[in-house]
Design a binder for this molecule. Structure first.
Ligand SMILES: Cc1cc2nc3c(=O)[nH]c(=O)nc-3n(C[C@H](O)[C@H](O)[C@H](O)COP(=O)(O)O)c2cc1C
Length: 337
């Protein structure tokens, strides 16, 4: 086994518990699945949808790390305790990356990166409380009321230069790890990740770093590994939805390199991909009590990512995702595979 850890990135509306369970069953090997964010509110209640997504009964045997989106220390501390005590999680991740306008306008997600003094005060309050509760035990341990706290961040809002100050704040606090999506807010998901700025972060950080952004192929992965050999954690989102077998390929490559064998490439299994697809369809049918429209919506979303594996089937896929009956969808999906 290589010492590289692979994480499935959180994706709101996409990587809910059904997807995570099916992925883990078909393609074991991902070290942690981060949940789409939970947004705690003043009423201190986890809403029913969020509850279903994080409750252990729906995540049995799957390594999951829940993510929280807030800019209020008190709400973050409450959710961290709740997720540890009631839901049994030893690590909670703070979302400082979401670029969506509605989130940013409330100064949350990457919007919180705008004001580093406020960010500093937030962490000061959070870690003062955690420290006060940690004289006898480490956060994340059975005796402690708090889990470990990690952060997923972007490099800034408008420019990567902002990250110098942001990182200075992160370096003051005992984060369990720092995941960097190497883009700024205004880029959303477009353009190339800023590898130079990530490289600066590698030099300046006091934290255990995880790289995230546009690892679509083995070649992309090798480039990141060669540029940043000290980084041992890799998070992948959209590319893993496009090719659910990608982490297995990267792991096979790592194992091959370690054993000194020659790399002869990797063949994805279409049989396994069909199994993944069929299990996911069934998972959504079970969860949504056969509500065809909603299930078709979820499958359409999947094909938004996966269709790039089938360039020659473009027309058939277009027809399939327009299907308005499950039976028709299934018939066309058979043809695609
Ligand atoms: C539809 C969608 C939803 C996302 N939701 C979240 C989220 O809830 N929390 C988060 O931290 N990042 C979220 N992200 C960002 C991803 O986790 C990831 O950082 C981004 O896609 C870049 O990685 P990739 O190139 O491997 O996809 C989302 C991205 C997409 C495309």
């Amino acid at each position: 086994m290589s010492d590289i850890k692979f994480y499935f990135a959180p994706m709101e509306g996409v990587t809910g518990y059904t997807l995570r369970n099916v992925h883990h069953a078909c393609y074991p090997g991902v070290d942690a699945y981060f949940t789409p964010f939970i947004a705690p509110n003043q009423y201190h209640a986890v809403n029913p949808k969020e509850h279903r997504d994080v409750v252990q009964a729906n995540n049995a045997g799957v390594p999951v790390i829940p993510q929280v989106l807030t800019n209020k220390a008190e709400l973050f501390l409450w959710s961290a305790r709740e997720l540890k005590e009631k839901y049994g999680y030893n690590e909670v991740n703070l979302n400082l990356g979401c670029p969506s306008k509605t989130v940013v306008s409330k100064h949350k997600g990457s919007g919180f990166l705008e004001d580093t003094e406020k960010l500093d005060r937030f962490f000061d309050e959070v870690f003062s409380a955690v420290e006060a509760a940690s004289s006898q035990s480490e956060p994340g341990s059975a005796e402690n009321i708090y889990p470990r706290i990690s952060v997923k961040t972007r490099l800034g809002l408008d420019s990567v230069e902002e990250f110098v100050e942001i990182l200075r704040v992160y370096n003051k606090y005992p984060l369990s790890e720092l995941i960097i999506h190497a883009r700024v807010q205004k880029e959303f998901y477009k353009g190339e990740p800023h590898l130079d700025a990530f490289g600066d972060a590698v030099k300046e950080t006091k934290h255990s770093l995880c790289y995230n952004g546009d690892i679509w192929t083995l070649e992309d992965y090798i480039r990141i590994r060669e540029l940043f050999p000290s980084v041992k954690k890799i998070m992948i989102g959209r590319p893993l939805m496009a090719n659910p077998e990608l982490v297995q390929e990267l792991q096979a490559y790592e194992e091959c390199m370690e054993s000194g064998r020659e790399w002869n490439g990797y063949e994805n299994s279409m049989v396994l991909l069909k199994k993944f697809h069929d299990k996911l369809l069934q998972g959504y049918l079970d969860r949504m009590n056969g509500d065809g429209n909603n299930v078709l919506f979820k499958m359409k979303e999947l094909w938004g990512f996966m269709s790039r594996q089938f360039p020659e089937k473009e027309r058939l896929i277009k027809k399939m995702v327009k299907a308005n009956k499950i039976e028709e969808y299934e018939r066309l999906a058979e043809q695609v595979f």
